[in-house]
Design a protein around this ligand. Structure first.
Ligand code: BG6
Length: 493
């Protein structure tokens, strides 16, 4: 009783949280470089009244940890060896668009950036880990949002296509799986990073994120649906052996009605729709959902696709659906929905007693991953790929120079058991399980080092100090057993 043959076991990170070297070898800033945590409402931007554009203005009082991150740019070879040491057969990272096209609108790429990823891909392949590459993980070049307003502007499609075509040509044969936009369905809750959209005529220049209009966000939605389809088409034409998928934050798929009150049942459905399906339907089914018309009317926006665009979207759906799952939510009418990188939270679920330790304390719901896999498979009948699941803990090395992270082991074990049940008992086609943050990286949501997910500890702290040395946690050996036994370790009891 193990997992299917060729099941992908591994881990996932993102360039902006791992590499650092934010201005090295030609790279220019990207959208996350001006934020301490992607949930922050205070980006390091100031409005220039003369040029009528935003420009970068970092706050000297803040520690932008992603600028150096965990120095992956200079240490990826030793880190990838540690990853392969756990028996990973797949590894997910992203390309920082701004290493390859520093400002995003150049005609020619930056050779140093291309070479860096060539070497990184070669290292992964030599170590037996199939590269899974996210083309955009909150890493849109800052210049594209300050100069053009980002994805609300259709010009972005050409800049993006120039980037992805360059990538598909250059790395042909080296990448097994591409993912388009990381968690792009978070566009409405995090417009600047997930949607890369910025107000062009801000109502309140001191509040760039708050000034981004609903129309700009829906224009971004429109342009992203077109760009996704064009990307799928380009990948199929330029590198037919690679598979290409979309990437959703899918925790809100597991939105349960608090009880059988029809208002709560309907509200739970609407949460699934406005958090996940509104974006995954165009990518996976090639349709724009009909319920959006009501939302556009209520928001006073106008959005439309040409017949040609609709045909393109219909004909170029993804090969697979990849997603992150961290926790479920319980919907109750009248309670405000709150969000963070783990997903949506509404009413506390009285049945979920298991909680991650504080300060984050996310409720643990392993059945939710089985539920999510089933809902998505019933809806799309596409191969599903779990590319993020994990738990962030506040941890310090003990006297033996390691960390006894039993809670992490417990978390993974329970989730993996449910993934297995979805495959074996429910017949879901799930191609792999990639753990989020197999080495400590900067937290996306809080911008801290303190929120650690790794099997490998990195000596760096919130104020920026630390030796950057790596150390294995207890979970490292356990994960090795899990991967090398093709999941059997988790299924034993
Ligand atoms: C996902 C992101 O939302 O969650 C990752 O794709 C992120 O970039 C992960 O790191 C965990 O969230 P956080 O805020 O705990 O780092």
């Amino acid at each position: 009783m193990s997992f299917p043959e060729n099941f992908l076991w591994g881990g996932a990170i993102a360039a902006n949280q791992y590499e650092g070297a934010w201005l090295e070898d030609g790279k220019q800033p990207n959208v996350t470089d001006i934020l301490v945590g992607i949930m922050s409402k205070e980006p390091g931007l100031k409005w220039n009244a003369e040029t009528k554009k935003y420009e970068m203005a970092l706050d000297p009082a803040k520690a932008y940890l992603s600028h150096e991150a965990v120095d992956g740019y200079h240490r990826y070879k030793e880190d990838l060896k540690l990853m392969a040491g756990m028996g990973f057969n797949c590894f997910r990272t992203s390309f920082a668009w701004g290493r390859i096209f520093p400002n995003g609108d150049e005609a020619e790429p930056n050779e140093a950036g291309l070479q860096f990823y060539d070497d990184m891909l070669d290292t992964m392949n030599e170590l037996g880990m199939a590269p899974c590459i996210t083309l955009s993980h909150y890493e849109t070049p800052l210049h594209l949002v300050t100069e053009y307003g980002g994805w609300s502007n259709p010009k972005m499609i050409d800049f993006w296509m120039n980037y992805v075509n360059t990538v598909f040509r250059r790395y042909k044969g080296k990448v097994k799986i591409y993912l388009t936009f990381n968690e792009v369905n978070a566009l409405f809750r995090m417009p600047l990073v997930a949607g890369a959209v910025l107000a062009r005529n801000p109502a309140d220049p001191a509040n760039p994120i708050g000034s981004t209009t609903e129309q700009e966000k829906w224009d971004a939605y429109h342009n992203l649906t077109v760009a996704n389809a064009l990307t799928v088409k380009a990948c199929h034409e330029l590198d037919p052996d690679a598979k290409i998928g979309c990437m959703m934050t899918a925790s809100a798929t597991a939105t349960y009605p608090y009880d059988c009150n029809p208002e709560n049942v309907m509200g739970a459905l609407n949460t699934q729709r406005t958090s996940v399906f509104y974006m995954s339907d165009p990518f996976c089914l090639g349709i724009i959902p009909s319920y959006l018309k009501k939302i556009w009317k209520e928001s006073g926006v106008s959005v439309s696709w040409t017949d040609e665009e609709l045909k393109l979207i219909k004909e170029n759906t993804v090969d697979l659906l990849s997603f992150s799952y961290y926790r479920s939510t319980t919907y109750m009418e009248g309670i405000n929905l709150k969000v963070d990188t783990g997903g949506v939270v509404c009413k506390e679920n009285p049945f979920l007693k298991d909680k991650a330790p504080k300060p984050w304390g996310w409720a643990v719901d392993p059945v939710g991953i089985r539920y999510t896999l089933n809902v998505l498979y019933d809806r799309y009948h596409l191969p599903l790929f779990i590319v993020e699941n994990g738990v962030g803990l506040d941890e310090n090395l003990n006297e033996e120079g390691t960390i006894e992270d039993d809670f992490r082991i417990h978390y993974i074990k329970e989730h993996v058991k449910n993934v297995h049940a979805a495959i074996e008992e429910d017949g879901v086609d799930c191609m792999g399980y990639l753990y989020w943050g197999p080495i400590d990286v900067v937290s996306a949501g809080t911008g801290e080092m303190k929120k650690r997910y790794g099997f490998v500890y990195v000596d760096r702290f919130n104020d920026g100090h630390g030796t950057l040395e790596r150390a294995k946690k207890k979970s490292y050996e356990w994960m090795k057993e899990l991967c090398t036994s093709n999941g059997e370790t988790a299924l034993k009891d």
